[in-house]
Write a protein that binds this ligand. Structure first.
Ligand code: NAP
Length: 317
């Protein structure tokens, strides 16, 4: 276990992993409606909650509201309790605090709930200062519309400022959502992870499977379809092969666990909460199975080394 383990906010105290919903309703990037259906997503939702994964991350912009609508529908039919995190997009035409409260109310309506567990700013974006959004978040918190506040895609300085802006209102910044995986360890280098540890801000790791690459199913010969295939060039898939081989070897030592579970367990060992996207029942099931086992310290170290060789990142300590 990493020495600098991120401490948990109250809301996320017992949460080890969540489910990401960017693909729920997104046609352009993920192929919703062609490669998977609402029925697939509902099954992914149900198998997740049945297996104890009850934290869902969404955003007003995912599928232009469709992800929140689907999640709301699945929740209504499920009739059980889950933890919901959504995000506010600071579009340049959103110029004052009221626009955050309006967006929040729309998200609540689409989700069919009266309160969110976490509301996050999706990214920093001028012209409005992040302090303005933190003030608006504070108001939503005081009004009981949200239980906790998070940020996403902030750099170290912005994270510190958000923390201080909320502290002035007597509120703890609960979470910081950033890209983090065996193929992207930037936050170990740029001070974000260290600051989260110091300030007890919960680290939520997005794209924990590097958008499917860490499943090991994509190769030089078989790259992903669509935009992802163009982004992740085939030479890169060749470069990450030694890591995938090691992940398979480690998985084999744990009764044949797949690479996705190795990738997610590596993040958990770092004190982060991974939120893998799942489009089908099978994917959600496989991801949830991660919590049935864990990596040894030696295995974490080996994965650290091999992933560092790919990106020439220096190890954290
Ligand atoms: N805050 C932000 O700016 C931000 C940005 C990005 C993401 N996020 C959040 O993070 C979540 C996760 O990130 P992500 O969706 O970008 O990427 P990811 O979780 O790294 O990858 C998800 C993709 O991997 C594949 N996959 C998932 N489980 C699998 C399994 N068990 N076996 C094989 N393949 C599997 C699926 O795609 P294929 O089957 O098509 O390969 C799935 O759509 C998002 O849904 C969203 O909630 C936030």
């Amino acid at each position: 276990m990493d020495e600098g383990i991120t401490k948990r906010s109250e809301i996320l105290k017992n949460v080890q992993m969540g489910v990401g919903t960017w693909a729920w309703g997104d046609r352009l990037f993920w192929g919703y409606g062609r490669e998977y259906s609402d029925d697939d997503l509902q099954k992914a939702f149900l198998v997740s909650v049945q297996k104890g994964i009850d934290f869902f991350d969404t955003a007003e912009v995912y599928g232009q509201g469709k992800a929140e609508l689907l999640l709301g529908r699945f929740l209504k039919e499920f009739e059980g309790e889950v933890k919901l995190a959504s995000k506010f997009m600071p579009f340049p035409w959103r110029l004052n605090k009221k626009s955050l409260l309006r967006a929040l109310n729309k998200s609540l309506k689409r989700l069919g709930v009266s309160q969110l567990d976490i509301y996050q700013t999706h990214m920093p974006a001028p012209p409005i200062t992040l302090e303005t959004w933190m003030d608006a978040m504070g108001e939503a918190y005081q009004a009981g519309l949200i239980k906790a506040i998070g940020v996403s895609n902030y750099n170290r300085e912005q994270l510190q400022r958000a923390y201080e802006a909320l502290s002035r209102q007597g509120v703890q910044l609960a979470s910081c959502q950033v890209e983090y995986s065996l193929l992207n360890r930037e936050i170990e280098q740029n001070g974000i992870k260290q600051l989260c540890d110091e300030l007890e801000i919960c680290l939520i790791a997005y794209s924990p499977l590097a958008q499917g690459l860490l499943s090991g199913k994509y190769t030089f010969e078989q790259p992903p379809h669509g935009i992802r295939g163009r982004q992740q060039n085939r030479n890169y898939l060749e470069r990450i092969r030694p890591l995938i081989i090691e992940m398979r070897r480690i998985g084999a030592d744990h009764a044949g666990k797949p690479p996705v579970q190795v990738a997610l367990n590596w993040l958990i060992s770092k004190g982060a909460i991974p939120i893998p996207g799942a489009k089908t029942e099978e994917q959600a099931f496989q991801n949830a199975e991660t919590l049935t086992w864990s990596l040894t310290a030696e295995e974490v170290k080996k994965l650290d080394q091999i992933s560092a060789q790919i990106h020439e990142v220096k190890s954290e300590k």
